[in-house]
Structures are given as structure tokens and as C-alpha cells.
Design a protein around this ligand. Sequence first.
Ligand code: FPP
Length: 222
Amino acid sequence: MDGNGRWAKKRHLPRLAGHRKGVEAVRRAVETAPTLGIEVLTLYAFSSENWRRPADEVSDLMGLLRHYLRTEIAELHRNGIRMRFIGDLSGLNGDLVTLLGEAAELTRDNTKMTLVLALNYGSHDELTRVVRELATAALEGTLDPAAIDAAAIEARLDTVDLPPPDLLIRTSGEQRLSNFLLWQAAYAELVFTDELWPDFNAASLTAAVTAFGTRDRRYGGR
Ligand code: FPP
């Protein structure tokens, strides 16, 4: 969800105004996605590298997230949205972690769409945690290193039980993955758009899904 800062800068507004508009775009995407047949929508809301931003911006982003969850969880639940969170949640404030746990628990049986928020998420951190867990199990003798395969890794990723992404969209003209779902996106189709995240709307999501529909997916075969 890139481009909130530039959206605000173009209007001579503080970055927070861009992030606020970004939350509106989140709302639109969550409403539109199920109408397009999307079963799982994952939003990269805060990366493990975003802590390097100025403290007031980090605090603004955490505040927006807290506000979004507090005010929208009931409606998300009414709309049949199941919520999941990926990332190292132990690095977040305790009150936020409690809120995330409540949201996941309340919505766990919903089936219309799964909304995954990536918070304090980075693929390098996620894979490092997996390797540490595998090494510990091997050292303790509960895991044979020769038995480590892709399934053993996937069973320990934050995305366990979620399908790999089919389509990965990055806004704001940047063309990189920035440490997002690097394992899981091995065969994802990539769509890059110049639109800034606050401008991303139902038509933008529909256009990305339409572009996805024209791709010839071969998964390494022919
Ligand atoms: C990137 O734009 C955006 C972020 C780092 C934060 C995304 C967060 C939200 C949209 C709000 C909170 C999320 C939820 C789910 C309620 P940028 O600031 O890097 O923009 P720039 O590259 O133009 O500076």
C-alpha cells in the first residue's frame, strides 16, 4: 500500500493525512475484493523495517491501526470477514496484540473472505524464525534434518493454512517486493500500478484482477 506519503506531499499535507486516506482505500479494497471473487486479501500495513521511520509516524500508523480495528471489527464481522495477522506480533504493543487476538477470535468462523494484515512483517524475519525453529527441533532430536522439505517450512510460516498469493499488487510506481511474502509469492503474478495507494479504488482493483486473468500461468512447466 505504497504512496501515502507522496499523496500527502502533493497536497502540502502532513504524511498522517496520506495514511488516513490510505485507510479509506483499505476500506474500499476490503469491500470490493469479495465481489471480485477474492478469497484472501493480504495487506502489507507495517513492515519490520518501518520502525526506522520517525517515532511520530510510527505512532500515527499504530494509532490508525488501533482505531481501524476498534471501529470496524464489528462491521467486518457482520460482513463475514475472517481476520488473520502475520508478522512478529510480539514486537507490537500489548494492547494492540490483545485487540488482534480478539479480532481473530471473533471472526474465526467467517467465510466470505479472509483479510490478512501484515504487521511488523518481513519475509527475512519470518524465514529466520522458521529456520531457528527447525534448527531447535533438529538439535532436540524431534526433527530429522533430512526430513526438512518445503512442506516443513510452509507449516512454520506465518501464513500456515493460507493459500499462496495468486496476484501481488504494488502501487505508486515502485517495482520491487520489499521483503513481502518472498517464499509465498514464488509464482504470484505481479501487477505494478502508478496510482498512489490513497487513490486506489474499486476500478483499480478490478483492473488488476482483469490483468491477472490474461496471464498464462505455467508454474515452471510449459
Ligand atoms: C506506505 O506509504 C504505507 C505505509 C507504510 C503504511 C500503510 C498503512 C495504512 C494504509 C494505514 C493503516 C492500515 C490499516 C490496515 C488500517 P509511504 O508512507 O511509504 O508512502 P511514500 O512512499 O509515498 O512516502
